[in-house]
Design a protein around this ligand. Sequence first.
Ligand SMILES: Cc1ncc(COP(=O)(O)O)c(C=O)c1O
Length: 415
Amino acid sequence: MSTVLRNDIDKTLTEEVRAREISSRARTMQDSPIRKLAATAEARKKNGIKVYHLNIGQPDLPTHPIVLQTIRELQLSTLAYAPSNGLPQALAAWKQYYDGVGVELQEREIIITTGGSEAIIFAMCAMCDAGDEIIVFEPFYTNYNGFASIANVTLRPIALSIADGFHLPSTDEIEQHITPRTKGILICNPSNPTGTVYTRQELSRLVEIVKRHDLFLLSDEVYREFSYEGPSISVLDFPEIRDQAILLDSSSKRFNVCGARIGVLASHNSDIVQAAFKFGMARLSVATIEQLALIPLLNSSRQFTDPLVDEFRRRRETVYHGLASMPGVTFYKPEGAFYIVIGLPVDDSEHFSKWLIEEFEYEKETVLLAPAQGFYATPGRGMNEVRLAFMLKREDLERSLTILRAALDAYRKLF
Ligand SMILES: Cc1ncc(COP(=O)(O)O)c(C=O)c1O
């Protein structure tokens, strides 16, 4: 065989191998830190150990029966595609919902998406080219990493701290993270994983920054109603950045319908809305039945959200008081959502959480935690922190904290 032919074959083979490799964005995409320890928890349960899940974000309460009743009563002859921006009657219901919570929007400014997740991906794709940057405050909702990988966007984290209840740092510090590639700032308000609700004064500082640097301000408000000290403030409440504000929203948590997969992207900036509409056209439609099933909830939202918010407010008190009697634990009172990030008297919360679920038991029971490292983008941050979610009834939350206290005691003696 001639050398030329051999080289050609080798080249083709190498190219074929490369062609079959998965992309670097797929390789570097992180596994969900929340699910990491779940498999071990299942094995432990099979061995007769009761596991309290403090790790998940799925409300434990039943969905309001009106949702399934609406689905049962639907008279549809064809299960057709919906318009790519949403069914007209669903868009009207979302507008009514926003009127009710004091957020001024027109139907044409709303795109219904497959969950808040798709809204975030659409927003990133609408505002960024590959390699552009978005500033986030860490710890942050861990799936922002995945969305950024899909959109080929770089997240630039700014660290917050337990000592300040994870409130925003100085304007100077935020501005130091702005580079020529920065396109926007993404906040989650109220925040998953910290439960922080930003004050009007903090938000006004962000508004000033995005105005000064001509950036977008994206606000993930999926926990809007879960704000215990007073109403949370929407990014659309700042007329001075009408064209720079993008609202990312979801029905999942406030109506306890995570499986319905209905979210919203909304903005007064028609270019952003049109771009999201075009992305929406490419995926054709959001599920028709679920868009319709949520209309009764959207038409009179407080009736459905108030009981949920009251329950989570009570659970927040339970967790707060339980933590107060735990030696060496650092914490603050979360103002919203249903999570808290706490500091433990351990060096490596991942090791502690693994030990807790693999080896520890207290009267044949243990707890499953979410180590906080996965909520940080900066390596080495959050090493002694965990996120707790309030997804258990109050007695079980109290019990979980008793187990956690005993576990910390045992761990300190062992390691
Ligand atoms: C902060 C935050 N944003 C967005 C989402 C995504 O929600 P959805 O179920 O609507 O995709 C979640 C889900 O947990 C979340 O916690």
